[in-house]
Design a protein around this ligand. Structure first.
Ligand SMILES: [Zn+2]
Ligand SMILES: [Zn+2]
Length: 166
């Protein structure tokens, strides 16, 4: 997926980019990813005042492992994408979103890959209130209750608990 900065800048034009991308190279080694599909990029390219802005959404179907109960979670990540490119440094070159590029056309793949990498959940969960696996008996607490003590009794309160046994 490439954009030609010089052409875009001289023609002051708008373009649409719809492309599919295989991210096997990037994601193949992620152990927390059970499976992933093809990335779809749906981007708009706008050229204005010597700056080319690429903005839109990336979607990627993924199957993750819940970090608490280890069940598989299928979801489609929708990732907002926005990058700006220019060939010459301008007065707002302190803007970290603005890339001053020498090569042209510019390959968008590394930028797409970075956006996907940042968007992958650090701690995937099947649901916010997933109860996880019991560390004592290994039961999935979402499916079944177990009789293991949830918390160890505070030793300072043990004497008090004895009192209530009477
Ligand atoms: Zn879970
Ligand atoms: Zn248990």
């Amino acid at each position: 997926m490439h954009i030609n900065i010089k052409n875009l800048v001289t023609k002051e034009q708008t373009a649409q980019l719809h492309e599919s991308m295989d991210l096997s190279d990037l994601l193949g080694d992620r152990v927390d990813l059970v499976a992933f599909g093809t990335l779809e990029a749906d981007l708009q390219v706008v050229s204005e005042l010597g700056i080319v802005e690429v903005v839109g959404f990336l979607t990627l179907p993924v199957t993750l492992l819940c970090s608490r109960c280890l069940n598989q979670v299928q979801q489609t990540l929708t990732i907002r994408f926005r990058e700006r490119f220019t060939k010459v440094a301008t007065e707002d070159n302190d803007d970290s979103d603005l890339h001053i590029v020498k090569e042209d056309p510019v390959d968008l793949k590394p930028f797409v890959e970075e956006a996907v990498w940042m968007a992958l959940p650090y701690i995937p969960l099947c649901s916010e209130d997933c109860k996880g696996i019991c560390p004592d008996c290994g039961v999935n607490r979402n499916e079944q209750d177990c009789s293991c003590k949830q918390e160890k009794l505070d030793p300072r309160l043990a004497g008090l608990a004895d009192l209530f046994k009477e």
